[in-house]
Design a binder for this molecule. Structure first.
Ligand SMILES: [Zn+2]
Length: 445
């Protein structure tokens, strides 16, 4: 039996009239404009009207037209409640079903592109791009590359070194303890559909074996990851906390620093010199984190959390003082409903810390530049730009009530996290969602 999901067909041409454009870059909207979409690309942008006989006309009614959002660090496969629980008690079906539901949730939250920071291989992207699953453009990293006892070692305490694991068999996480391991599993990741590599250079707070201060991997191991990525014209993203770790990664050629909680102006300088990016999950600075059971009830985790939050106190001030290219990330692991809430709260915190304009740039054009680092042949979406409204760019477009440069809440923020109410499938203020020229939501009529 075959149940085929019927997607709305892309019209040949769609003409948006009467819109104000936020293009992903400029701090002012282009007022009273029109945008003509031809197939899956933006063909023409103009003030006033555009002559396009035969196009399907969508009157924007003075709303804001902007690029679809870009999530630079998600884990669509990781369903919770904890990574060891997933390692011991889940099959490929659980992950595939969760990934499918997460993909749809992300698209309906306005994210037309998602970069996966570990766990997802090429299968979900094939299904989305074939139209079998509703979801965003998808940039998976395949297996986390992590040292023994590192941040992606989810095996139980007595698991022998190098033993096959559930995550290893599904190529969701691999233990790499030498240059040869990094090369073997890094290449295997590209074989499995990765568009870039993810290396775990630091530890974490709630994970079992790894102090957050860990500096995992020798310089030559990180360089090996970069070298393998370069073989494919792509790049490495590194889960990196301490300054020493970030400097090491940047000097090895890593292009995307994940979290980077000890960020300072010296790191910023090297980052800008090397053309590297940082992605920030600002929920990590929520004071409520110290109260969640996974932290509060585990003395070792609580101690780690306290020392981490002390060390990371200057993160936001340093970022304002010494700006770098910063992309949006949520890093949610858990249920679809919980991640929906966390995404909305992450949007809210971006605005709280950086204001609407910087937050919008982070969620659009910077993300587009970042995912394009996957290069000329591993980037699955290489025929146009992402994260911008410009002629020749992919037609990934939102129409939103109001002006997000003045009232950021219209992008679908939520000002609560742990005690938030369940959120709607899609924010009401996001009236239209188009990806690749196809309309997935339209409540304008
Ligand atoms: Zn992550």
């Amino acid at each position: 039996m075959g149940m085929t999901l019927v997607l709305p067909a892309a019209a040949e041409q769609v003409l948006f009239t009467n819109v104000h454009i936020f293009d992903g870059v400029s701090n002012k909207r282009m007022e009273n404009a029109s945008v003509l979409v031809d197939g899956n690309k933006i063909k023409t942008i103009a003030r006033g009207s555009i002559e396009a006989p035969g196009a399907t006309v969508i009157n924007g009614g003075g709303r804001t037209l902007l690029p679809g959002f870009i999530e630079a660090h998600a884990h669509l496969m990781l369903m919770g409640p904890s990574l060891p629980a997933m390692e011991s008690g889940t099959t490929w079906e659980d992950f595939a079903i969760h990934g499918t539901r997460m993909a749809e949730m992300y698209l309906m939250q306005g994210f037309t592109t998602v970069r996966d920071a570990g766990g997802g291989n090429g299968g979900l992207r094939r299904a989305i791009d074939a139209g079998d699953v509703v979801g965003p453009r998808y940039y998976p990293s395949a297996a986390f590359l992590s040292t023994r006892g590192g941040h992606a070692d989810f095996a139980n305490y007595t698991a022998p070194v190098g033993e096959s694991t559930n995550f290893g068999r599904l190529n969701m996480a691999q233990e790499v303890d030498s240059v040869a391991d990094v090369q073997k599993y890094g290449r295997n990741n590209f074989r499995m559909g990765a568009t870039q590599l993810k290396y775990m250079q630091s530890g974490g707070v709630v994970s079992a074996f790894d102090p957050w201060q860990l500096i995992a991997g020798s310089q030559s191991e990180i360089e090996a990851a970069v070298q393998v990525a370069n073989e494919y014209g792509s790049y490495v993203m590194a889960h990196s906390y301490r300054k020493e770790a970030m400097m090491k990664a940047l000097n090895a050629g890593v292009k995307s620093i994940e979290h980077g909680f000890s960020f300072d102006c010296e790191v910023a300088k090297l980052m800008n010199k090397k053309g590297a990016f940082i992605t920030t999950n600002l929920t990590a600075f929520d004071p409520g984190l110290l109260d969640i059971p996974a932290v509060a009830n585990v003395p070792a985790s609580l101690e780690k959390a306290k020392s981490a939050s002390k060390t990371f106190a200057d993160y936001i001030p340093n970022m304002k003082k010494c700006p770098v290219k910063r992309a949006f990330q949520t890093d949610c692991v858990g249920s679809v409903g919980a991640c929906n809430i966390q995404i909305a709260y992450e949007k809210h915190l971006n605005n709280e810390f950086f204001g609407p304009y910087a937050s919008l740039v982070t969620m659009t054009s910077v993300g587009g530049e970042l995912v394009a680092l996957s290069g000329d042949f591993m980037n699955p979406y290489r025929e146009g730009k992402l994260g911008v409204i410009e002629e020749g760019a992919y037609a990934d477009i939102l129409l939103i009530d109001g002006n997000p440069l003045e009232d950021f809440s219209v992008v679908g923020t939520g000002d609560k996290w742990f005690d938030a109410e369940p959120r709607p499938e899609s924010p009401e203020t996001i009236r239209l969602i188009m990806k690749d020229g196809v309309i997935y939501k339209n409540t304008l009529n």
